[in-house]
Design a protein around this ligand. Sequence first.
Ligand SMILES: Cc1ncc(COP(=O)(O)O)c(C=O)c1O
Length: 434
Amino acid sequence: MKISRGKINTKPSKKTDNQFHSRFQKVKILRPRFLEIGKKIGTPLYLYDKEEVQKNVQTFKNAFKKEGLNINIFFATKSNYYPGILRTVVQEKEGLDVSSERELKLAIEAKAEKIVYTGPGKTEKDFELILKYHKKITVNLESIRELKLLAEMAENKKATMRCGVRIYTKMQTGWTKFGIPLENLKTFFHEARKHKSINFCGIHFHISYNKNPEKYVKTFKILSEYLKENFTENERKQFQYIDMGGGFYPQPFEGTHPWNREEDSMEVPDEKTLISTKPGKRYIPIKVDPIEKFAKEISKIYKKEILPILPNISLYAEPGRYICHSAMHMIFKIIDIKNPHLGITDGSNNMIGWERYQFFHYVPLFNLSQFDQKNEIPFITYGSLCTPDDVWGYYIYTKKTPKEGDILVMPFQGAYTYTFAQNFIKEIPPVYDL
Ligand SMILES: Cc1ncc(COP(=O)(O)O)c(C=O)c1O
């Protein structure tokens, strides 16, 4: 079915802290299309917004370009595996980061030519598939066991496998199930060099939820000191890439609930408290540095501490959330009004697979049928799963009290939602490409 295209201004907002404003604008522009799709195709639906992926890839890339660095993006498939997103990233000439057979198959279907394979506990079966596509893949190894197993399997196939190793430092506290401690890099390097089937040339690290560049900068500093002390100039020439993983928190279209600032509780205040909370007090904004600041600080340390000692190096990153966070919207319809402050929708939290809005994040919810971006009223929007843990939000932008049949949108919800969706009670709804 053909749905008319509205004119969309996807230019990033000049004021980086004004994300809410520019996104409200986009919702306003897209509203007729959202409504038309909801009525013609039906609800609930995910809407895939390709232009957001294109914009996010370009903004990420340009932030580093402005600092004189070419960054190689490998989009983290785990953050949203929707094939449309993977295809868009590939069309933008970037790569994919995969962590399982399932994700590798998706990457191959999306015609990815550049793939990094990360993740712990790789098995013989994983390596069989990796070796089948070895020309497109760089493997970030996690242990000596993985190294020896892959080396042997690659040798049997007479293939050479491009590999690096994942390391952790004190900046990756809590992530020690991954990779090897930095102190063991030298031993790992010499072990890898024994195997002709392994082209060992990379270093990988990752840490999630970075709201500023500090952890990348400090990891580069620690790494540089270690490499200077433990590797000869000739050995350092062997390194071809540093993969700094993902974790770049985008400027969010979400806030934390004021009663759960630390995002560590699963308790909700009573309905009376929720309903009486005044506008302006309903969420706490999440403070995040713009990507330009990340790029500036990372580039500075990289040029100062890494490039001079690793002359053949390229910089890789595996952003997930940053690329896909704004690339999906969810539309659903009010089925039942239980009282003026409580309604139930056809779309439910199995669409996102966790109690994100109920306990942790406020995200603006819009009534498309009674559209008013100035009037946010207290209204608890529940999904229709047979459990109380199924909440979209406690407030809604609407002209008047929502009615049965009204279509709602929860916009810009692409990261770790669709990918966590589950057939819990209800089917996972389809995706419609905008
Ligand atoms: C190895 C690796 N790379 C990239 C990512 C993507 O992280 P994010 O979506 O926060 O950018 C993850 C997520 O956990 C990861 O484990």
